[in-house]
Design a protein around this ligand. Sequence first.
Ligand code: FES
Length: 111
Amino acid sequence: MPKLTVEGFPTVDIEPGKRLVLAIKEDSGVDILHACGGNARCTTCRVEFLAGEPSSMTPAEKTKLEERNLSGVRLSCQITCDQDMTVRAISRLAGSGRPDPGKTPEPTIQP
Ligand code: FES
């Protein structure tokens, strides 16, 4: 099973193929934002990789990161846990001023 470490939180085992945003939320227990519900539209699910960054990217993630001119971050809703990963959760509900983190993303990558 792949291991996920969110900086500042304990390392946890993740069901292979689980969406990273859901693993961070449900397994690591971190209040990550996912304002668009995991559809590569909002970029609030962004994380910084400290280790284990996947080399591939969904077309939707690539397009959105380019559109927003973002570098050094990845969209956790567009990544599945297929290997050990260490990330920094840089976009969390706490301190965001938002009423909630957003609709829970579907189990499979969208769109
Ligand atoms: S881009 Fe909105 S949840 Fe990932």
